[in-house]
Design a protein around this ligand. Structure first.
Ligand code: SAH
Ligand code: SF4
Ligand code: F3S
Length: 512
């Protein structure tokens, strides 16, 4: 469905929702329901063609909406959400709002939420609790919930029942509608809900206010069609759709021209890039081949799904240049049986083969990963397979999680015989291994000279500068502030588990 069809259909859908039950739930609170979420609709994958729009503009009637007003956005979750926040900040600024870094100062507060695990959601509910006092003191304050949690009907119902301080709820597919949603919220004084559960469109020309001018995020695709059995993302982010290569390349060129030193190409499964194009054969390998010619010192991409990591991509990555030699390759489990129940569509052996192939092509490559422990019915032996795979690959670090059931996903319905104490204990064992291997990987840097992109002062000591190596290792070192924004050589003098200390040897790249 494209934008025009959607707006036409909206009139009908608001009174004739495909999910009658949730429509009834909402009406009992007398809310302004422009469109309610439905995980059932979000699960569907239609054959509709992806429509590209570049006609976004701020309508005349909203031009001065933000005059004298300030906005604050708190972001939870992944880089995708961080980047969406940059777009929403761009829209706020285009409406005339000013940015503020404190909630006390803000006239509009948005929580851009994450639904990936229960604790991510609990943080948001906790924050909404805190904001209640602020709303009581200043009833004209607008509070909004957006992002992945908004796409879940259970969350929206809970907000309506328990968190009446919320004025608006909108989802991940309609952030370009922010001006209209704000307008509704100012007018109606009741919770405005507009969540689209099915999306096939890509909107190109949205304004953006990027956080920082050294590193930038560039979306290359949206959504996910993998439907791993534990994961909510395919429901909250919709179907896979790629941006056109020319649009991506143009954005990267612009960032290069503005002096950005590093870009990260973003997608839930970047290796599926281009699979949805019907007119051209074009994948992530081709895109990276184009991007490596652009004069930007560092290019990264995330997140890769092992299944779609093809030979063409490996070949292009092996050519080096500005393509970094660090690959984040989530494995989730080392057990073929568990991987099967997770619907990851690869075996332990296939994962190891892929790693070997990449190592052969790029000898200096480093791997990091994501792991879920305590999947329903995971046995001690299966968990041990994850531990042994971790060593075998030689991961340098990992994000590790205890499995968290997500309503609406197949895994949430599975019976689970693993007690929480056992899951916690497994996580602890895995984390000890992660620490040990990270410390060992760091140790190798002792006395070495590395190239560091200097991002700013260290969080803990303004006398010290901090930045990252090509393999994403945090380095702290003393140097003049003029090094910020540049890539400099640093000799490593001390290694820790998670970071390196060093001293600057010389400045490398001049920023114009
Ligand atoms: N698209 C990426 C990951 C997105 S979510 C990929 O496929 O690799 C980031 C990580 O959160 C996942 O890799 C997984 O390890 C974890 N995760 C996702 N759903 C989870 C759940 N229900 N419980 C625990 N961890 C989960
Ligand atoms: Fe979730 Fe799997 Fe898609 Fe990653 S690939 S976002 S884990 S469904
Ligand atoms: Fe969370 Fe949504 Fe990202 S669920 S991890 S914010 S895609």
């Amino acid at each position: 469905m494209n934008e025009k069809q959607r707006l036409e259909a909206q009139q009908v859908e608001s009174t004739n929702s495909s999910d009658k039950k949730s429509a009834k739930d909402y009406s009992q609170y007398f809310e302004t329901v422009l469109q309610a979420p439905s995980l059932k609709d979000a699960k569907k994958r239609g054959k509709e063609e992806v429509k590209y729009h570049s006609d976004f503009q701020i309508s005349e009637q909203f031009r001065n909406m933000g005059d004298g007003r300030k906005f604050y956005i708190r972001t939870y979750g992944c880089q995708m959400n961080e980047h969406d926040t940059e777009v929403m900040a761009g829209i706020f600024m285009a409406l005339g709002y000013e940015i503020t870094s404190t909630v006390e100062d803000a006239n509009v507060i948005l929580l851009n939420t994450c639904a990936i695990r229960e604790n991510a959601e609990n943080k948001v509910f906790g924050e909404l609790g805190h904001l209640k006092t602020l709303k009581k003191e200043r009833p004209d304050l607008l509070i909004g919930v957006c992002g992945c949690m908004s796409q879940e009907e259970s969350v929206v119902n809970k907000i309506l029942k328990t968190y009446q301080q919320v004025d608006m709820v909108f989802g991940t597919h309609n952030i370009h509608r922010l001006p209209n949603i704000l307008h509704e919220a100012y007018m109606s004084k009741e919770t405005v809900i507009e969540v689209w559960s099915k999306e096939g469109d890509v909107i190109e020309n949205l304004p953006k206010v990027r956080r920082g001018n050294i590193k930038g995020w560039v979306n290359i695709m949206y959504g996910c069609d993998k439907f791993c059995t534990y994961c909510i993302v395919p429901y909250t982010r919709g179907k896979e759709r790629s941006r056109r290569p020319e649009d991506v390349i143009q954005e990267v060129r612009q960032l290069a021209a503005q002096g950005y030193q590093e870009i990260t190409l973003l997608g839930q499964n970047v290796n599926a890039y281009g699979k949805d194009f019907e007119d051209i054969q074009y994948g992530l390998g081709e895109l990276m081949q184009e991007i490596r010619k652009i004069d930007i010192p560092r290019v990264r991409f995330m997140t890769s799904h092992p299944r779609d990591f093809d030979d063409r991509l490996i070949e292009v990555l092996a050519s080096g240049g500005n393509l970094m030699n660090h690959i984040h390759l989530p494995v989730q489990s080392g057990s073929t049986e568990v991987l099967k129940i997770m619907a990851r569509k690869y075996t332990r052996e296939q994962y190891l083969e892929l790693v070997a192939k990449i190592k052969a092509a790029i000898p200096d490559v480093s791997f990091t990963t994501d792991i879920i422990v305590g999947y329903p019915n995971e046995t001690e032996e299966q968990f041990e397979e994850t531990m042994s795979l971790y060593r075998e690959v030689g991961f340098e670090t990992a994000y590790t999680f205890i499995y968290s059931p997500r309503e609406g996903t197949p895994a949430a319905k599975m019976e689970d015989n693993v007690p929480m104490e056992v899951k916690k204990e497994r996580l602890q064992r895995l984390n000890s291994l992660v620490n040990e291997m990270s410390a060992a990987a760091m140790k190798k840097y002792e006395g070495q000279i590395v190239e560091v992109l200097v991002e700013g002062e260290s969080k803990y000591n303004p006398e010290v500068l901090a930045g990252y190596t090509s393999k994403s290792k945090l380095v702290n070192f003393k140097a003049p502030k003029t090094a910020i924004g540049k890539i400099v050589k640093v000799r490593i003098t001390e290694t820790k588990t998670w970071s390196l200390n060093g001293e600057m040897v010389e400045e490398l790249v001049e920023v114009n």
